[in-house]
Design a protein around this ligand. Sequence first.
Ligand SMILES: [Zn+2]
Length: 53
Amino acid sequence: MIDDQDLKEKDLKDLNDICDECHKEDESVSQNLILTGFKICKSCRISKTIFPI
Ligand SMILES: [Zn+2]
């Protein structure tokens, strides 16, 4: 069994999970980057959805 947890954590660090909006580090940043193309965290994505300016 291969433990890919370490690889995943390294990948996340390489992607640099810093939100472009609030400059906080969050694991949801890289997920949103893949899903939406925006380098933003979960909470910024919600506020952008509510206030799409
Ligand atoms: Zn943010």
